[in-house]
Design a protein around this ligand. Structure first.
Ligand code: NAD
Length: 283
């Protein structure tokens, strides 16, 4: 069977990981970014992802080079190939930005193409309402994508069974484990994870303990591989805040209110690893 042609829109933290995984599994994948600098930055990160896998003995040097050849860098959405079979959008966690990108893609790409979003929390139903709703789905990869087995597959109100089955099959072909989820704010992963991270930020803000000690308690006391504040830095504090906002608005329940310290740090551009500083400092 011929492999689907993939396009990943956004080559940031998640996009470059998603491209890496498709390329290793011999899909032809277009990497769409907004500028030459950003597409080159994403390609560099993909090369590092692949080199790390070579070092670990998961793939050979030859496989790394083959994988890189499966990737076509593309600048600007308007140059996305018309005959793409599956688009995966991985841009900022902002509903209006995602909607405008999908509208542009809808006008451009063949009608049989499935649109998937890697959103962490935004309603699939709302994103898909005026854009091929039966061929629209959530495909929520976990960070770092090459290492993490889970993909939450989220059905919008009108997602067809055919679309769901195709995405489930593609996910399995990437050697990932799909979990079917209905469309509620934050789905499963972030509905449970983000309130824990937010509570850790409240504990820090209230002076209950230092950032190091909060993380130590969760690592040694709960056997978490990473403390919640280190994890927040890894995910990106802007992404964490955006997810909390979606759940706060979506459920209308004060238990999802974002911690003021989280807001303040995002306003100060202390976004975690990607900006060099969050709850901890990075080189
Ligand atoms: P990011 O900020 O690292 O990357 C976003 C990228 O999108 C940037 O490189 C930007 O240049 C690009 N972009 C913006 N507009 C574009 C356009 N019009 N065309 C092409 N590219 C464009 O963000 P991220 O952390 O990778 O998050 C992306 C999505 O994945 C969000 O919806 C987020 O909620 C979700 N997500 C994030 C994580 C995480 O741990 N960071 C985990 C799972 C899901």
């Amino acid at each position: 069977m011929e492999k689907s042609k993939i396009a990943v829109v956004g080559g940031g933290t998640m996009g470059n990981g998603i491209v890496t995984v498709f390329a290793i599994n011999d899909f032809s994948v277009s990497l769409v970014e907004i500028s030459e600098d950003l597409v080159n930055k994403a390609l560099k990160n993909i090369e590092s992802n692949l080199s790390r896998l070579v070092k670990k003995g998961s793939i050979t040097e030859e496989k790394k080079n083959q994988s890189l050849q499966n990737i076509t860098p593309i600048i600007s959405i308007k140059n996305t190939p018309v005959d793409t079979d599956l688009v995966i959008e991985a841009v900022y966690e902002n509903k209006d930005v995602k909607l405008s990108i999908f509208k542009e893609l809808h006008a451009l790409i063949q009608p049989s193409c499935i649109f998937a979003t890697n959103t962490s929390s935004i309603s699939i139903t709302e994103l898909s309402a005026s854009i091929r709703p039966d061929k629209f789905i959530g495909m929520h990869f976990m960070n770092p994508v090459p290492m993490m087995k889970l993909v939450e597959i989220i059905r919008g109100y009108s997602t067809s069974n055919e679309t769901y089955e195709k995405i489930k099959a593609i996910t399995l072909s990437l050697d990932k484990t799909p979990v079917e989820v209905n469309d509620f704010p934050g789905f499963i992963a972030n509905r449970i994870l983000m309130p824990m991270i937010n509570e850790a930020v409240f504990a820090l803000m209230e002076g209950v303990a230092t950032a190091e000690d909060i993380d130590t308690v969760m690592k040694l006391g709960m056997n978490h591989p990473m403390g919640p504040l280190t994890l927040a830095d890894f995910i990106g504090l802007d992404v964490c805040l955006a997810i909390m906002e979606v759940m706060f608005k979506g459920f209308g329940d004060s238990k999802y209110r974002p911690c003021p310290l989280l807001r303040k740090m995002v306003a100060a551009n202390k976004l975690g690893r990607k900006s060099g500083e969050g709850f901890f400092k990075y080189n």
